[in-house]
Design a protein. Structure first.
Length: 76
């Protein structure tokens, strides 16, 4: 089991790297049981980025799952 603190650290790093630029199509980040979830709206993507499926931090492996979901209108 991955510690909640580690999941938050990876979530924050992914948010800064993929969501904040705004042109990658990623619009949100969440935390699952033992994974970090990135939400992707490919119709909004202006450039393609490769997201690793796992991150290794402090010797622990954190899985990253990409979910194809349209961005809610409230966020647009």
């Amino acid at each position: 089991m991955v510690s909640p603190e580690l999941l938050r650290r990876v979530r924050d790093a992914l948010f800064r790297e993929f969501v904040l630029p705004g042109d990658t199509g990623f619009w949100g980040v969440g935390i699952g049981r033992d994974e970090v979830i990135l939400y992707l709206d490919s119709s909004r993507a202006k450039r393609v980025v490769n997201v690793p499926s796992t991150y290794v931090v402090d010797g622990e492996v954190v899985r990253v799952r990409i979910v194809e979901a349209r961005m809610p209108r409230a966020l647009a």
